[in-house]
Each structure stands twice: as structure tokens, then as C-alpha cells.
Write a protein that binds this ligand. Structure first.
Ligand SMILES: [Ca+2]
Ligand SMILES: [Ca+2]
Length: 657
């Protein structure tokens, strides 16, 4: 340890320690060590009910269960984001990740900039590791980082700059790292030693490093984080290990997931066994939880009937602020200090609370954080959460949204006591749930508890101002309208349905009904974009809009005029139209394509109807929304708004890249 550099802060840490008032004797078991070792295990994408002690219906995780038997299970633990990077920032800093402009996953520089995100967590952010390091702890991080570095970001601080003596990460971080593919961009970013292994070997490699670190620091105190990449998908188990699950599930994705989950359980067991064998069990706090809910890619719904990973009683999954995205399993084991075999079903705790809580166990001060010290709860004294908890994820920042459109949540949420309000910044899609009576978030009480909902909206407004997010606190709270899903850029997106009749996958429109998707959620049009619109239709009247986004300055539309299909693009106030042949009665398929360069093509029933060249670049995003079955304001084509469609629409797909 390079002591001279850290000497002043080390001394300050000791000074803090000495001046701290001693906790009351009755709050602390006599055997409770004052500077325990801390092992923090943070699983990637593990659902609430993936460990069998939290309700896995098909697979047993005996080693994780043993940890729970010997420790405390919290049934109401939340992460502060339904996606990796911000969730990791919260558990690392004790602060809401929005404070550091990390509201979604960190990606390439261009993609981060586009979403108003930082490229990495600033090295000056407060961290548990730095506080404990200053207090004399040996510190280390092994496994997934994803708080900066990777892709084309080669100037992120090294993980050691956040207070870790030793680190080894994966492709989403710098410093020493283990990769699985030599073609991975991280292999060429420099800033650390790179080694390779098979995907199914990663977790055992990180566990090896953790065990080696613990052996070297067995006299303590140490703080080590094991952040496995498993059970994030794609699930790539050791060849041959998925077959045993064929009798349990026919879903091949689930077979692979179960094999990876079982292998992860084995590694957790290996680590815990090592702690016990070293005789440091009573001096070591082990915390186990997950960074967000289980995967929800569209492919699982398209190829098999459901994605792998269980959320138990909770609705929603990864990328969603419904409970299934943020409500995760939590275990703490610390024999003699944390009660063994206890289940706390009432106390709420969250990722931002870990820093003040772990520091409290270590006797280190952690002032000025968003999180609160919940060490009392972990010592077996259930207590109400002292303030509201807030979340922000979603449009316009997120990009990644659940594959099942019903799982797509509003972008803000607050929980206070038993109540949770989910709401968009403009008040739309508001939902108010009583989580004790309705943990599955089925019964929206927005109307019957309007005053309470308004109060919670004000609290979100105040929090948004504090962390630097835009939110309209005065907006009218509007409950979600019954939706209709459309495939947009490969994802099912639920559009608000204003009067359309749904018949299987068809949408029947009567000339007075339409679907809409607000401008925040509508596809990004700015720049030189390729557009592909496809589907089928039957027009009962000879005119009407099938779909339209934008207006006469920037936009695209497909409409029927005088019994012909018309594809129209507006760019820089210039309108270009491509008209198809006379339509016969009945169903027709269509495909309308515009290349990045502006070349338009139209096919009706598979027959090309011609090409035209238009302007290549959209100057910006249009101010109006995407509508199906009408163009409500500012017409894209030569028609009067709303030019509502009367007929049937099927299999509509929009791709804008
Ligand atoms: Ca994750
Ligand atoms: Ca319009």
C-alpha cells in the first residue's frame, strides 16, 4: 500500500474514529467486531425470485440459501435504477446516480452524448472504498465495473482511482481486466493488463481473485467487492451443463440460464466456505444483492414464450421502474451481529444506503450522502424508511426498454411508506399503488387518492430540481390509456389507443379513432435517417392517414389519397411524394423505404411502385407526436388534419436508424 500518498487521509480517518460517540451497548452484540471485514457481492441482472430462498419455482440455489439461513433476508431491498451503470454508481457512492449524469447504461462517447450522459463516474465522486481505505482497510474490486471505460472510452479514471488497492474488471472498465473475445474493443484500449477466458470461466476467475485477496488480508480489515457478470445474458454455460435442465423446462434460453445460475451458486459457496475455513466468519460482513431485475429482450417473446429469470410476485423486469426491475433479493450475513435465519419483510432499504450502512459497521463517518445508515435494520431491528425514495429511468435517456411493452414504465417513480407513484415528466401514464396491499402493481389508485398522488408528484419535482432533472410538477396526472403495441426499431412499444378496436393483432379504425405516441417516446428523426415502414391495410374510405410523424418541416407519412397509397417525406420544409397504383378492394401489404441519402421506394403487395429522390437530412426532431390512423396537427402530406383513416391495419412496423 503506497502509504505516504494516503497518510493524511488515513490520519483523518483515525481522528474520525476516535471522535465518534460509541453506540449504545444494547444496540451492539458484545462480540460485534468494531472494524469488520466486508464482502459485497453484486450479481448482474438477478431477479428477485432467482435464488430459491426468494422463491425460485424451478431451481435450487443451496449455497445462496445457506447464506440466507445464516443471515438476514431483506424482502424490500431496492436498487436505484433498473439498469447496470446507474445502479452501480448508487451502491458505489451512496448518491442518486442522476447527480453524476448517469441515468442509463454507459456506452460509446457518441451514444452517451446523445443521451445527455457522462462518459464515466467522476473520480472525485464519494465512494465507500475511499472512505474505508482511508480508515486503514485493504480494498479491492473484482468483476464487472460499468462505471466508465470500454467501447471507445479510453480516458475514464482507472477503478483504483476510486479507492481500490486492487482491481480486475471486465470489458466495461479499464485497468486489469478479463475479456472473453480478442476482438472486443476493450482489448485494444490499453490502461491495464488484459487476459482472456471462456465466458463460463469468468465468475470462477473473479472468485479466485477475491479468495486470493481475502487470504492475503485475512488479518483484516478488508473491503472486497465481487461483481460477477453472471447471470446477465447471453447465458453461456460450460458446454454440456445445460442439458440436465431439459426435463425442467423446454425453453432453451431458460435451460442455459439455469446452468449459469447453478454455476454462480457454486462460486458463491466456494467464497463463503473460504471465509469460514479461514476462521474469520464472525469478523466478516457479507452482503449479497443484484444490480437490477432479470432480462426482457424482445427476442425471448418472439422466439420462446418468456425470458429467463424470475421476479416472484412483482410485475415488470429489467429496464422498468415497476417492482420487477428494481426490487431485488438481499442477504446480509455477519454471525453474532446480524441475526441468523431472520427475514425482515417490512424494512425498506436501497442501493444508496449501502455506503452509509457499510461505513457505520466500520465505524467510519459517511456524511452528506443521499442514502441513510440502515445498519440498525441489518442488526435485526426493523425500522420504517425515514424519507421518500426516488427513481428516474426512461425516455428520453434510456434507449433500452423492456421487450414486453406492458413492462414499459413511466420514467419517474417515488416510494414513500407503502405508496408508490409512477409518472412521466408531463404527468402522463400516472399510476399510484399501495405496495403492501398490492405488491403486483395491479390496482391504480390515482383517482381515489388524487391528493396523495399530487403530493408525491410535488416531491418528485423537488427531488428532480435537486439532482438536476427536468420534471413538470404542475402537470395534470393522467392515468394510462389502454394501449396497442407497434414494433418500432424491433421493440414492441405500447401506443395510446384513442378509440381503436383491437381484433387479435388487427386494429380497426372507424375514421374517428387513432393511436398516438408522445414526442418523447417517438423515434429520433434528427440527422440523415433511413426509414422503413411496413405492414398491411384495408381502406374502407378512399382517403386517410395510416401513419404520420412530424409535420410540413420534418416528418414522414403514409396515407391513402384518391384510392392510392402515398408515401411522403418532408425535410427542411420540402415535401417529396411517391404515389402507388390504384388500390383494389381488400387487404394490401406495403413497404415504404427511404435511404439515408434520401432515395424513396414504395412497394404495394410486393410490387415496386417506383422511386424518388428527396432531401437527405432532417434538420431536427419534429415537435408533434407519432400517430397511427390520423395526423392530428401539422400535416406531413397534402391533406387537412386529422384525415383519420377508416379501415383495418395489421402488422405495422417502423424502423428508423
Ligand atoms: Ca445489470
Ligand atoms: Ca403531424
Amino acid at each position: 500500500m503506497p502509504l505516504p500518498l494516503r497518510f493524511p487521509s488515513f490520519l483523518a480517518g483515525i481522528a474520525c474514529l476516535v471522535s465518534l460517540p460509541l453506540p449504545a451497548a444494547e444496540n451492539r452484540a458484545p462480540s460485534s467486531p468494531s472494524r469488520p471485514n466486508i464482502i459485497f457481492i453484486f450479481i448482474d441482472d438477478m431477479g428477485f425470485a432467482d435464488p430459491s430462498c426468494f422463491g425460485n419455482p424451478l431451481v435450487r440455489t443451496p449455497r445462496i440459501d445457506r447464506l440466507a439461513d445464516e443471515g438476514l433476508k431483506l424482502m424490500n431491498f431496492y436498487v436505484n435504477s433498473p439498469i447496470c451503470s446507474p445502479s452501480r454508481v448508487a451502491v458505489t457512492t451512496g448518491q442518486y446516480p442522476s447527480r453524476w449524469k448517469i441515468h442509463s447504461y454507459l456506452n460509446s462517447r457518441a451514444n452517451n452524448a446523445k443521451r445527455g450522459m457522462a462518459d464515466y463516474l467522476e473520480a472525485g465522486a464519494p465512494t465507500t472504498a475511499r472512505k474505508l481505505q482511508a480508515a486503514g482497510y485493504a480494498t479491492a474490486h473484482f468483476g464487472k465495473w460499468h462505471m466508465g471505460g470500454g467501447r471507445d472510452v479510453d480516458d475514464a479514471p482507472l477503478p483504483t482511482e476510486y479507492g481500490f488497492d486492487e482491481t480486475c474488471v471486465a470489458f466495461e472498465g479499464l485497468g486489469d481486466r478479463i475479456l472473453t473475445d480478442p476482438k472486443e474493443p476493450s482489448a485494444h484500449l490499453g490502461h491495464g493488463r488484459v487476459s482472456f477466458c471462456e465466458p463460463w470461466e469468468k465468475t470462477s476467475r473473479y472468485t479466485d481473485l477475491t479468495i486470493d485477496f481475502i487470504r492475503r488480508h485475512r488479518d483484516g480489515p478488508f473491503y472486497v467487492r465481487l461483481f460477477p457478470n453472471d447471470v446477465h445474458d447471453p447465458h453461456t454455460p460450460q458446454p454440456g451443463t445445460a442439458a440436465k435442465w431439459e426435463t425442467v423446462t423446454k425453453n432453451h434460453y431458460e435451460q442455459s440460464f439455469f446452468a449459469v445460475l447453478e454455476a454462480l451458486d457454486v462460486q458463491i459457496g466456494r467464497l463463503v466456505d473460504e471465509v469460514d475455513a479461514l476462521g474469520i466468519k464472525e469478523k466478516t460482513l457479507i452482503v449479497f444483492t443484484s444490480d437490477n431485475g432479470p432480462t426482457d429482450w424482445p427476442k425471448y417473446y418472439q422466439e420462446v414464450d418468456h425470458p429467463p429469470g424470475f421476479t416472484g410476485p412483482y410485475f415488470g423486469r429489467k429496464w422498468s421502474l415497476f417492482e420487477g426491475g428494481i426490487h431485488v433479493p438481499f442477504i446480509a450475513r455477519f454471525p453474532g451481529t446480524v441475526p441468523a435465519g431472520m427475514t425482515d419483510a417490512t424494512s425498506v432499504m436501497s442501493g444508496i444506503d449501502l455506503s452509509p450502512t457499510l461505513c457505520a459497521f466500520a465505524g467510519v463517518e459517511a456524511p452528506g450522502l443521499d442514502g441513510v445508515d440502515r445498519s440498525g435494520v441489518l442488526r435485526g431491528n426493523p425500522a420504517p424508511y425515514p424519507k421518500p425514495l426516488f427513481w428516474q429511468y426512461g425516455t428520453p435517456h434510456a434507449q433500452l426498454r423492456p421487450g414486453k411493452w406492458e413492462h414499459q414504465s413511466p420514467s419517474f417513480a417515488v416510494r414513500e411508506g407503502p405508496w408508490k407513484l409512477l409518472v412521466n415528466p408531463d404527468g402522463s401514464e400516472s399510476r399510484l399503488y399501495h405496495l403492501i396491499e398490492d405488491p403486483g402493481e395491479k390496482d391504480n389508485r390515482l383517482t381515489s387518492e388524487a391528493a396523495l398522488a399530487k403530493k408525491l408528484q410535488q416531491k418528485i419535482k423537488a427531488w428532480s430540481l435537486d439532482v438536476g432533472l427536468a420534471f413538470d410538477g404542475e402537470a395534470t396526472l393522467v392515468p394510462p390509456q389502454p394501449g396497442f403495441p407497434i414494433r418500432i426499431n424491433g421493440q414492441w412499444i405500447g401506443l395510446q389507443n384513442h378509440g381503436g378496436a383491437i381484433e387479435k393483432s388487427d386494429l380497426r379504425l372507424d375514421g374517428k379513432s387513432w393511436l398516438s405516441l408522445g414526442r418523447q417516446s417517438a423515434p429520433d428523426l434528427a440527422g440523415s435517417k433511413a426509414i422503413r415502414l411496413s405492414g398491411n391495410f384495408e381502406a374502407i374510405e378512399p382517403g386517410g392517414v395510416i401513419l404520420a410523424q412530424g409535420g410540413d418541416k420534418t416528418g414522414y407519412a403514409l396515407h391513402v389519397k384518391n384510392g392510392k397509397l402515398v408515401f411522403v417525406i418532408t425535410a427542411d420544409w420540402k415535401r417529396t411524394e411517391l404515389t402507388g397504383p390504384n388500390l383494389t378492394p381488400g387487404r394490401h401489404t406495403f413497404e415504404a423505404v427511404r435511404s439515408k441519402e434520401g432515395r424513396m421506394t414504395l412497394q404495394v403487395d410486393g410490387v415496386p411502385a417506383g422511386t424518388r429522390d428527396g432531401a437527405g437530412i432532417f434538420a431536427g426532431n419534429p415537435g408533434d407526436s407519432l400517430e397511427i390512423g390520423a395526423d392530428l396537427v401539422k400535416p406531413v402530406g397534402e391533406y387537412e388534419v386529422p384525415n383519420a383513416f377508416h379501415g383495418i391495419l395489421g402488422d405495422l412496423q417502423i424502423q428508423i436508424r
